[in-house]
Structures are given as structure tokens and as C-alpha cells.
Design a protein around this ligand. Structure first.
Ligand SMILES: Cc1cc2nc3c(=O)[nH]c(=O)nc-3n(C[C@H](O)[C@H](O)[C@H](O)COP(=O)(O)O)c2cc1C
Length: 449
């Protein structure tokens, strides 16, 4: 019983996935937890308090001004008499109310009054999830130390596809276990950037320290912020596809895993992240605005449209060349003239273009160098040639397994020297890199650079 004697307050929001919260009650109880439910008015349109009570074995709560409820167990006791609060499904509306500090019904009042760890399991239409307002609210809530599991990627109602599905009840129960197992650590304040966990994929788990009353104050007298709170970050990721004709293209083996992990780690560190991604087969990282592109030229245009940003990380494997004459129709096998030799021309150099900007250059420009030989030597030359602040150099020789793999061996090359990291999961590389960039940005600020 992994949750033996744990007390969960489950807030059920008014979304179509509310029925899954009933399964969640069952799963939490199977693991030994006791569950008490609060239902919003919206939730009661989808599931009944009676069903929640029957499954939890405890009376469910719905009304802030219920005389009996308030006499028996008031909203402040509800907010205290548990080990953690889970919101599932967390609707867009409930997230907005939480982010703004509203307390206009029992659920939002309890959520504002509690100092317990809070885990949100958002579920909504993909456009609602991707709306800048919801992403702003998510960033605010993460910065407040709320934990988030999901949403997952997949087919949704209204024949749409994308992130927005409620995480599966078992995934939510797993996330509850993780939060509770770290609870002692989580409630203590930690040095900046020391324990950020990077979610690597949609459905992953954001782990951020919950700002607590009494936590250390920053220079401005506010609670200590996440290391990149309020910063704008641009990340490119994945390969580019350079069309030869309408059905063929030039590509490379980049999976996008490293770039996506960096975007996720930066979002978990509080940054507002835009990820410009070439075609990849991995899910969008949660809490990140994703712009999808195909070719190097589209990527450059998207990057330019995204700036300004304080940090720009160019992790995409951009094709150096493209077909000089893209055919409007599929090239036929017997087209001797075209099939004899493919003419290539150079693509724009996105990293150098941005790093050499006179105006609007990001304070930190980071390039990636994928090399198959003389990795550090080539990276040093690239740093100077491209005019960036840092190169993350990695060996992508086939035997290294880096391209398309889950681990990476990198060297950090700056004008000050070279630092070699051990082979790490791409998520860990992302976390360390984000923490390093936050420090570099701080150092630049202090020295007025
Ligand atoms: C059929 C139907 C399904 C809905 N599904 C969702 C949903 O999955 N996620 C969401 O955020 N809102 C959804 N809504 C809108 C919410 O019910 C609405 O914003 C409500 O005010 C949420 O209240 P609450 O957050 O206080 O529970 C849905 C509405 C209807 C009518």
C-alpha cells in the first residue's frame, strides 16, 4: 500500500473528464489513501456528489455557505485536514481562478486557503490548453509551486488531436506518490535552481518547489522566485526537412529529444518558452508554446517572429543545404536531367544570423555543435565564427548513439574554456544547462553586461 494512511483532498472540476475522477478515487483508495471530495458546481453537471461519496466512503462537499458543512468541517479545516490536494480534472476556469487568487466557491476558497502541496491534472480542449491565457495561468501556478501532471496528447472530443486529455488515473496516482514522497523536501526552501526536474514529455510531471510563507525573500522582498521566472526563452529543436519535390525531402536523424527537454526544463524553471520545432515524432513539452516548421527558412522566419527573448538556444539540427530547384511536381524516375545530380545551395545560418544581430540580440545565444570527429576543436571554431556565448558540443558519430538516443555526452565550450560533462540522460543535460544559463544571466546582470 504505497499511499497507506495518506489523506487526499480531491477537487473535481467541471470538465468532460470528471467521470475519470471517480476511477481516480478508486485507484487512490486501492493504494491505501483516504479520499475526501470537493465538487465545483460545474463538476456536479458531470458527476454527482453521491457517486463521489459512495466511492470515497466519505461525505462529499460542494457548498461554501452550507451551514451544516461549515459547522461539521469548515472550509479551513478542509484545506488543512489532508496530506495534499489533487485537482482532477483541473479545468481552464479553475486554473484561471487559482492563478488569480479568486475564492468564489468552496473549491477555489479551499485551494487559496491551503498550504498543502497541490497537484493539478488539467483537462480541456486542445485550443483552450494552448491559449496564451491558459499558458500564462499555468506558468503562474508553476511559479507558485503547484505541481502538474499531464495533460496527455491524443484524440479529443470534437475530432481534435493534441495535448488536453486528462492524465490517466494511474498516472495521477503515481504523481501523488511522487509529491508525497518528496513532501519533506518540497516544503523546505531550496537554493535557486538546485532541484528542478525537467518534464521530458507531455504527461510528464512538473516538480517545482512550492513557495511557502516564511520562505527566503529575494532582493525585492518577494518570495524567492524560480531561476528563470519572468524570462523569455526561445528554443529550436528537431531536424529540418528540405523539400526536393512535393513528396521527397532531405533530412537528418535528429529526434528533437534534447531540444524538447531543454524547453521543458526552462518552462519548469519559470521561463516563458517558445519552442520552434522541426518535424518530430515526440509529444510537445507541457507549458511551452510550440511553433511547428518544416524547412530551415521557415525555422528562421519563426525564430525572428518569436524574438525578443533573453535566452535563445539553437538545438535544432538545421540542414546546411537544400535543393537548389525544388520541383513543383514529383520528379519522374526517367527524368534524366533532374535525377542525374541534385543541385544544392546553402541554407541561411540561423544561429549566426541571430548571434550577430546588432539590435535585439538575446542576452545569451547558445548553439549546438553536432560533430562526428574533433568535437571540441570544431566547437571552439564554431563559437568564434558564429558569435554565440556558449556551444554545447556533442559527438554524434553513429557509435555514440546520441542521435535519436536518450543520453548525451556534451562539452560546454565558452570563451573561458571547455567543461566536459559525464554521459547523462538528455533531461539531466537540459536541467543542468538551464541552471547554468540562469546563473550566466544573473552574472551578466550583476556586471551590467
Ligand atoms: C459538455 C461540456 C464539457 C466541458 N468540458 C470541459 C473540459 O474538459 N475542460 C474545461 O476546462 N472546461 C470544460 N467545459 C467548460 C466548463 O464546464 C466551464 O468552464 C465551467 O465554468 C467550469 O467550472 P469549474 O472550473 O468551476 O468546475 C465543458 C463544458 C461543457 C458544457
Amino acid at each position: 500500500m504505497t499511499l497507506a494512511d495518506r489523506r487526499i483532498l480531491l477537487v473535481i472540476g467541471g470538465g468532460i473528464a470528471a467521470y475519470k475522477s471517480l476511477d481516480l478515487i478508486r485507484r487512490l483508495r486501492e493504494r491505501g489513501a483516504s479520499v475526501r471530495c470537493v465538487l465545483t458546481a460545474g463538476a456536479q453537471r458531470f458527476v454527482t456528489p453521491l457517486a463521489a461519496s459512495a466511492l470515497s466512503g466519505q461525505r462529499s462537499h460542494t457548498d461554501l455557505f452550507d451551514r451544516e458543512d461549515e459547522a461539521e468541517i469548515g472550509h479551513i479545516r478542509l484545506a488543512r485536514d489532508a496530506d495534499m490536494v489533487v485537482v482532477a480534472p483541473a479545468t481552464a476556469n479553475l486554473m484561471a481562478r487559482m492563478a488569480s487568487g479568486a475564492a468564489d466557491d468552496l473549491a477555489s476558497t479551499v485551494l487559496l486557503a491551503t498550504t498543502l502541496p497541490i497537484l493539478l491534472a488539467p483537462a480541456m480542449n486542445v485550443r483552450m490548453w494552448q491559449h496564451p491565457a491558459t499558458q500564462r495561468n499555468l506558468a503562474r501556478l508553476l511559479a507558485d509551486g503547484v505541481h502538474v501532471v499531464g495533460p496527455n496528447d491524443g484524440a479529443m472530443a470534437e475530432a481534435e488531436h493534441g495535448p488536453g486529455r486528462l492524465a490517466e488515473p494511474a498516472e495521477i496516482a503515481d504523481a501523488v506518490e511522487r509529491v508525497l514522497s518528496q513532501n519533506g523536501v518540497m516544503l523546505r526552501s531550496e537554493p535557486r535552481g538546485s532541484r528542478l526536474e525537467a518534464p521530458s514529455a507531455v504527461g510528464a510531471f512538473f516538480e517545482t518547489p512550492r513557495a511557502q510563507p516564511g520562505a527566503p525573500q529575494d532582493d525585492a522582498g518577494g518570495l524567492t522566485a524560480l531561476p528563470l521566472a519572468g524570462r523569455r526563452m526561445l528554443v529550436t529543436s528537431g531536424p529540418t526537412h528540405e523539400p526536393i519535390d512535393p513528396v521527397r525531402y532531405i533530412a537528418n536523424r535528429s529526434s528533437g529529444r534534447q531540444g524538447h527537454a531543454i524547453a521543458a526544463a526552462a518552462a519548469a524553471a519559470g521561463a516563458a518558452v517558445t519552442l520552434v520545432s522541426g518535424p518530430v515524432a515526440i509529444p510537445d513539452p507541457p507549458g511551452v508554446t510550440v511553433v511547428r516548421v518544416e524547412s530551415a527558412r521557415e525555422m528562421l522566419a519563426a525564430v525572428q517572429a518569436t524574438l525578443p527573448a533573453e535566452i535563445a538556444i539553437f538545438a535544432a539540427a538545421v540542414a546546411d543545404w537544400r535543393a537548389a530547384n525544388e520541383a513543383g511536381q514529383k520528379i519522374k524516375k526517367d527524368d534524366k536531367r533532374r535525377s542525374r545530380g541534385l543541385q544544392l545551395i546553402e541554407n541561411p545560418d540561423i544561429l549566426a544570423t541571430i548571434a550577430h544581430r546588432k539590435e535585439g540580440r538575446p542576452a545569451l545565444v547558445v548553439g549546438f555543435a553536432a560533430e562526428t570527429e574533433n568535437v571540441v576543436e570544431h566547437a571552439r571554431a564554431k563559437l568564434a565564427r558564429k558569435g554565440c556565448d556558449l556551444i554545447v558540443a556533442n559527438d554524434v558519430a553513429p557509435e555514440s548513439g546520441v542521435m535519436g538516443g536518450t543520453r548525451n555526452s556534451v562539452h560546454l565550450v565558452t570563451p573561458d574554456g571547455v567543461e566536459t560533462w559525464p554521459t547523462l540522460d538528455k533531461e539531466e543535460v537540459a536541467r543542468r544547462l538551464v541552471a547554468r544559463l540562469a546563473d550566466m544571466l544573473d552574472a551578466q546582470r550583476r556586471t551590467g553586461g
